[in-house]
Design a protein around this ligand. Structure first.
Ligand SMILES: CC(C)(COP(=O)(O)OP(=O)(O)OC[C@H]1O[C@@H](n2cnc3c(N)ncnc32)[C@H](O)[C@@H]1OP(=O)(O)O)[C@@H](O)C(=O)NCCC(=O)NCCS
Length: 117
């Protein structure tokens, strides 16, 4: 919850909970103006298993993109774990496209993608 890229501080970070009434149904980690001033970076996004595959995740991402565009952000960037078909399908469906870049961690490879707003 406190993870930050280099050269960013907590002022740039939003750790957002989405609620249906009192029930937490989704969580997002969002870093503003990273890696550049016009880009927002989604570090993490997950919906509760009870509401997955109902379109709520896509609705949240669409709303976020509309709001970010209104405040002058021109693209959203993120990464997904290679060979995770659920994540790949979800982000493609939400208009994210691979930038051709990837990086390796100890356990998996992360595919970098972005969406122009
Ligand atoms: C990925 C995730 C955020 C999507 O949220 P959601 O609320 O389920 O999203 P939606 O209902 O809008 O869309 C889900 C899509 O994934 C598809 N999907 C679900 N499981 C899948 C699988 N194993 N393989 C391929 N596609 C899959 C659904 O069919 C749906 O696509 P469709 O509308 O074209 O049929 C959510 O499922 C999640 O939190 N998963 C676990 C964590 C995770 O993998 N996070 C990766 C984000 S980096």
């Amino acid at each position: 919850m406190n993870a930050l890229p280099q050269n960013k501080d907590m002022q740039d970070k939003y750790y957002i909970g989405y609620y249906d009434g009192e029930r937490l149904i989704a969580v997002m980690d969002l870093i503003m103006n990273f890696p550049d001033e016009k880009t927002a970076f989604i570090g993490f996004f997950m919906t509760d298993v009870s509401i997955q595959n109902t379109g709520i995740g896509s609705g949240i991402i669409e709303d976020l993109c509309v709001c970010l565009a209104k405040i002058g952000i021109s693209k959203v960037r993120l990464g997904w774990v290679k060979d995770n078909p659920q994540a790949e399908h979800f982000w493609h469906k939400n208009k994210f496209v691979e930038v051709g870049d990837f990086y390796d961690t100890d356990k998996y490879t992360v595919i970098v993608a972005q969406r122009y707003l």
